[in-house]
Design a protein around this ligand. Structure first.
Ligand code: ADP
Ligand code: MG
Length: 253
């Protein structure tokens, strides 16, 4: 068995006494697409925030590639290779599409976002290389013709693709996607699904939170089902679909 890329041990998180994530232990294996599903309020985004470093667990441990990360600041986790997108789209609307991707690229470089924004001269060569890589990424996602457009002028679907491209610009080893298809018509959801599938075929490990069950069932190698912060089921699409507790959680039973 290969070692897991991500592993959590008995993670707990509370908000004002509410237990948002409860004793959650699970693993993500390298090269897999693992989905986390569950009703609203199940704790999915809180889990992502703990992995990315935005929210500190009250108890429990998180390991990335064998390294304990639960007390690490966000930027160090990013440098180790964890990148994410957000449930509520977070792009820089007043920056161009290309600039948005370059900010993602800087997560990985020494220059940092501030240096790039200040146009420090010694960083120019490095920035040019970053722009080249960013353009390649945009081309891959068919957004290269929009490179100089303000991100705020893109369609919603294009913004979701841009956010994904920006996350990839840091060349992560683990991609956390929080509802990549939320708010998209089915055709655009399928487009995002194809992008995720292609990335995975190229070796990317993905942790996917998504309500679009067609996407979850078709993409995921393994599915973790949460309810009230707890794991109620875990397994492949067929076993999860048939699990009585999963049906009950979704039907409010
Ligand atoms: P999901 O992403 O599965 O819909 P969340 O992780 O966003 O669920 O939320 C889990 C629970 O924690 C919910 O009851 C939610 O109201 C609560 N919660 C999440 N974030 C906060 C916060 N910053 N402050 C207070 N309560 C929160
Ligand atoms: Mg959420």
């Amino acid at each position: 068995m290969t070692a897991p890329l991500l592993r959590t041990e008995a993670l707990n998180c509370y908000f004002a006494g509410l237990r948002a994530v409860a004793d959650l232990s699970f693993e993500v294996r390298p090269g897999e697409i693992k989905a986390v599903i569950g009703p609203n309020g199940a704790g999915k985004s809180t889990l992502f925030n703990m992995i990315a470093g935005v929210t500190r667990p009250a108890a429990g441990r998180i390991f990335f590639d064998g390294i304990r990360i639960d007390a690490m600041p966000t930027f160090r986790r990013a440098r180790l290779g964890i990148a994410r997108t957000f449930q509520n789209l977070q792009i820089f609307r007043d920056m161009t599409v290309l600039e948005n991707v370059i900010t993602g690229r800087h997560m990985q470089g020494r220059a940092g976002v501030i240096g790039a924004l200040l146009h420090v001269p010694s960083l120019r060569a490095e920035n040019r290389a970053m722009a080249d890589v960013a353009m390649e990424l945009l081309a891959r996602f068919e957004l290269d013709d929009k490179a100089d457009v303000l991100a705020g002028d893109l369609s919603f679907g294009q913004m979701k693709v841009l956010e994904l491209a920006r996350a990839l610009a840091s060349e992560p080893r683990l991609l956390l996607l929080d509802e990549p298809a939320a708010g998209l018509p089915q055709a655009e959801a399928v487009h995002i699904g194809k992008i995720i599938s292609t990335l995975n075929r190229d070796g990317m490990t993905v942790l996917l939170v998504e309500h679009n069950m067609r996407m979850v069932m078709s993409l995921s190698h393994d599915i973790l089902v949460l309810n009230n912060g707890m794991r109620i089921a875990e397994g492949d699409a067929d076993s999860v679909r048939r699990h009585p507790d999963v049906l009950a959680a979704y039907l409010g039973g």
